[in-house]
Design a protein around this ligand. Structure first.
Ligand SMILES: CC(C)(COP(=O)(O)OP(=O)(O)OC[C@H]1O[C@@H](n2cnc3c(N)ncnc32)[C@H](O)[C@@H]1OP(=O)(O)O)[C@@H](O)C(=O)NCCC(=O)NCCS
Length: 173
């Protein structure tokens, strides 16, 4: 497996991972109709736009055949509602590549970039019902915030996992 910075040529593979990982991750959490209507072209456009954000960083993971199997993105905390500087916005792998230690490798790459940007602390939001919250706990995250969000027409609870010192994440990787 190789992790590298994403380029515009990667948006098709990223959109594919995005849609397929959402379908498996959020089945039973988000409405089926919403998940089945996710559109590849829309996601490609979103990723093209995201990749142009100068203060963000996006990595992809590819398998031995060069196929994109995961991605992660981070940058400055997005809301200014919390006294936190850095945020991992997203980290998703295809189901068949989960629980093999790739998440730890991917988050390490993002954290190093966030540290280069001089972010001193970190927050990552996840839906409270997402079993992957176990990943954030396993890498030392503590729940420091909770909020209600509206997604796909329903209200859901998100929890914010925080690290007071971003370097502490590295102790768990
Ligand atoms: C969350 C995710 C990025 C983690 O990456 P990963 O490669 O699966 O995680 P790792 O193999 O590096 O796991 C490290 C540790 O985190 C914990 N962990 C990971 N996923 C977990 C889960 N679903 N439930 C409970 N604990 C989990 C475990 O302690 C694991 O160690 P172990 O496998 O030795 O028990 C990946 O599972 C994924 O893409 N999940 C679906 C998408 C998602 O929910 N993304 C986050 C949205 S906020």
């Amino acid at each position: 497996m190789k992790i590298r910075i994403a380029t515009e040529e990667d948006v098709n593979g990223m959109a594919n991972v995005h849609i397929n990982s959402w379908k498996t991750t959020y089945k039973g959490i988000l409405p089926d109709q919403y998940l089945s209507s996710m559109n590849l072209e829309t996601k490609k456009k979103n990723w093209l736009r995201n990749l142009k954000m100068l203060h963000n960083v996006t990595f992809i993971a590819e398998n031995a055949n060069g196929e994109i199997i995961g991605f992660a993105a981070g940058g400055p905390e997005q809301t200014n509602d919390w006294p936190i500087q850095g945020e991992v916005y997203a980290i998703y792998f295809l189901k068949e590549y989960q629980r093999q230690g790739l998440g730890r490798k991917m988050i390490k790459a993002v954290i190093h970039e966030l540290m280069k940007m001089e972010h001193k602390n970190l927050i990552i939001w996840a839906l409270k019902d997402n079993p992957s919250c176990g990943f954030y706990r396993a890498i030392g995250g503590q729940v420091i915030a909770e909020k209600t969000v509206k997604m796909a027409g329903i209200e859901l609870i998100e929890v914010g996992f925080g690290w007071e010192d971003i370097k502490d994440v590295l102790l768990y990787l």
